[in-house]
Write a protein that binds this ligand. Structure first.
Ligand SMILES: NC(=O)c1ccc[n+]([C@@H]2O[C@H](COP(=O)([O-])OP(=O)(O)OC[C@H]3O[C@@H](n4cnc5c(N)ncnc54)[C@H](OP(=O)(O)O)[C@@H]3O)[C@@H](O)[C@H]2O)c1
Length: 224
């Protein structure tokens, strides 16, 4: 018998990346809970996504979403990452938290600027403590490409637990993309930094959401 699909909470799921991810997972048959600072806004987004996908999408405030989700995906701007993680911390003990945060610091978003911890994901794990397992992913995917099923790119997945990474690789695959293990959470630095390079490429070559593709023939991932 197939495993039951986990309920996915998307914190900040009213936004560009969060709504695109929620839409993709709802289409793939996952039950999705959209979180927002405003429960009404979450409910509006959820009903739009449910109608678009014929899927199960509900909307509540961020903390209630984190309580409901078996896997909790955080999609808020870097400037608000700390406050949101502190808010949901009591609800994510024992859960995988997928951090999508890219430490963009406007106005110079096409220049790599990393936080003191070198990685927003590493900073996120420190905020949540050891009871939650942070995996980071989706740094290099343009939300509007994801939202229109036109993101022909790979998604690098980082985390210190291989089993947790593997679960998120499966969530990437559910979106129709290739998910690749990128190694330890500290390696997330590389993907977080690469986003500013992609923003620069978009500007200078007038690209519409440049993405990342790993070349070479890959086998099944070994223990690492
Ligand atoms: N957009 C992309 O293509 C993309 C790609 C890769 C990674 N990312 C990363 O994904 C994250 C989300 O990006 P996004 O473009 O989706 O962001 P966004 O649309 O600007 O914002 C996402 C959500 O964050 C919440 N938010 C906004 N201000 C907030 C505040 N002061 N405090 C708490 N929550 C606040 C809002 O939800 P409510 O108002 O409903 O609470 C909003 O809908 C970022 O860390 C970004 O670096 C984005």
């Amino acid at each position: 018998m197939a495993d039951k699909l986990p309920v996915i909470a998307v914190i900040g799921g009213t936004g560009k990346l969060g709504a695109a991810l929620a839409r993709g997972w709802a289409k793939a048959g996952y039950s999705v809970v959209v979180g927002s600072r405003d429960a009404g806004r979450a409910a509006d987004t959820a009903s739009t996504l449910a109608a678009q996908t014929d899927g199960t999408v509900t909307g509540v405030d961020n903390l209630a979403a984190a309580v409901a989700g078996e896997i909790v995906v955080v999609t808020v701007p870097f400037a608000h990452q700390r406050r949101i993680l502190e808010e949901i911390r009591p609800a994510v003990k024992g859960k995988i938290v997928v951090d999508t945060t890219v430490p963009l610091m406007p106005p110079k978003v096409a220049r790599v600027q990393l936080p003191p911890e070198d990685s927003a994901a590493v900073a996120g794990q420190a905020i949540l403590g050891e009871d939650a397992t942070v995996v980071s992913a989706f740094h290099n995917v343009a939300a509007h490409k994801l939202a229109t099923d036109s993101a022909a790119c790979d998604v690098l997945v980082f985390g210190d637990s291989k089993a947790a990474r593997a679960r998120i690789v499966r969530l990437v695959e559910a979106l129709g993309l290739r998910g690749l293990h990128g190694g330890a959470l500290a390696n997330s630095t590389a993907a977080e930094a690469l986003t500013s390079v992609l923003v620069f490429i978009n500007r200078i070559y007038e690209a519409d959401g440049a993405g990342l593709r790993i070349t070479g023939e890959l086998t099944q991932p070994k223990d690492s």
